[in-house]
Structure formats: C-alpha cells, structure tokens
Ligand binder design. Structure first.
Ligand code: DHB
Ligand code: MG
Length: 220
C-alpha cells in the first residue's frame, strides 16, 4: 500500500494548492492532545468539501459526526455571513473539544452543535427551511438512517456527501462479511439503487489517510 508514498503525494499537492493554516493545525493539535481519534478528513478532502460548498453557494449545511470540528471548519468557512451549519455529535467530550476549536476559528456563531445520537436528533429538525449540503461522517452502521434523514432535509438539487464508503476496498470485498461498518455502507448503496429521488456516484480517494472515498448524491 506504500502509505509513505501517498502521504508524500498529498503533501506535494497541498504545498501548491493549500495555504498554511494555523487554525486548522491548532484544531488537529488540540484534538490529538485531548485524545480524539485521528480520523478527521485529510486537508485535501477538507478543501474539496469547502470548495463544493462554495461552488453551490451553500447557506445551510448539516453535518453528522462533529468529532473535533475539523471538517466543520472547512465547511463553515464556505458559508456567507448569514449562513448556518448544524452539526450532530454523540460524544460530549468531542463536543467540548470541537467547541474550543470552533471558538478559536471564530465560527462559533455560525455553527450550532447538537449533542446526542443523530438518529434521534435529526428527526427533530424541521425541513421547512431546507439545507443545501449535508455531510455524513459518523458511525457507519447508521448510514442508511442518516441518509434517509438527509434526503428529508436537503433541498431539491442539494447535495448529500457520505465519507468513508470505500474503506481500502473492503466494502466491495465479499471476504469481509461480519463488519457492521462495511455493512452500513453496503446497505446504503442498496437503498440508493432503488431510489428515484437521488442520483449518486463515488469519488474514491487516496492520500495521507490511505484508500477511501466519498459518496456524492444529488437530490432530484
Ligand atoms: C473511521 C471513521 C471515519 O469517519 C473516518 O473518516 C475514518 C475512519 C473509523 O471509524 O475507523
Ligand atoms: Mg470519516
């Protein structure tokens, strides 16, 4: 797999395409210091999310899975002054750490954090003011539930992105049968196959976080 090779590859492109970013560096440092898992999106992926949100002039974003707020910062920075991002997180320690990181990034007023299981909290969110973009990056077994809620909340023409759908190819490998994380992705794509209300594709990625990918869906 040559992890060093892909790390160098990300570093190479980032050195041209990404600016130095003390706030994002501090976010990762603070998250690491306080024991959060190092499973945030990569910088290159974070910037992709940022640019997608910008391209569609997103004003309202939902995120499922806050962790330390790294992708949250990339996404919220794409919002206009009156924009809003609502993010869901089950772990109170993550909420504390992310709160610090979002304050440090000057984004606390644009980001609303909901503490609790997203499968219970998302249904409480009203769809009368729909969302432009929804990023799902939480526990993988619940992907089908989160996607169903995301469909309810996103506007027509809006976008739903799901992280970690490739998993080093394991999702598509029938030798891995009993992993509920992999099954959560498989169940999701089965669901989408029969759903005339979304069009979707995957964007497989490789870089400092190894081989993985996003699912990109547009609400019809
Ligand atoms: C895991 C979860 C993630 O959201 C991710 O981006 C990478 C790994 C995990 O649970 O292992
Ligand atoms: Mg992820």
């Amino acid at each position: 797999e040559h992890a060093e090779n892909w790390k160098r590859s990300d570093a190479y492109f980032n050195s041209f395409l990404l600016k130095e970013d003390p706030i994002l560096d501090a976010t990762l440092q603070n998250s690491r210091n306080q024991g959060l898992d190092n499973i945030a999106v990569s910088a290159a992926q974070g910037k992709l999310l940022h640019l997608l949100a910008k391209s569609m002039q997103a004003k309202r974003i939902v995120e499922v899975g806050l962790l330390g707020g790294y992708s949250t910062i990339w996404l919220a920075r794409a919002l206009p002054d009156d924009g809003k991002l609502i993010t869901f997180e089950i772990d109170s320690h993550s909420v504390k750490v992310a709160g610090e990181n979002l304050n440090n990034a000057g984004l606390a007023d644009k980001v609303e954090i909901v503490l609790g299981p997203a499968a219970e909290e998302l249904p409480k969110l009203k769809a009368d003011e729909p969302f432009d973009l929804i990023f799902i990056d939480a526990d993988k077994p619940s992907n089908p539930i989160y996607f169903k809620e995301a469909k309810r909340l996103v506007r027509k023409g809006g976008v739903i992105i799901v992280d970690n759908v490739v998993r080093r190819g394991k999702v598509a490998d029938p030798q891995y049968q009993d992993d509920p994380n992999l099954q959560g992705v498989r169940d999701l794509v089965h669901l989408i196959k029969d759903d005339p209300e979304v069009e979707a594709t995957t964007i497989a990625t490789v870089g400092e976080k190894g081989y993985d990918g996003f699912l990109y869906a547009v609400r019809q």
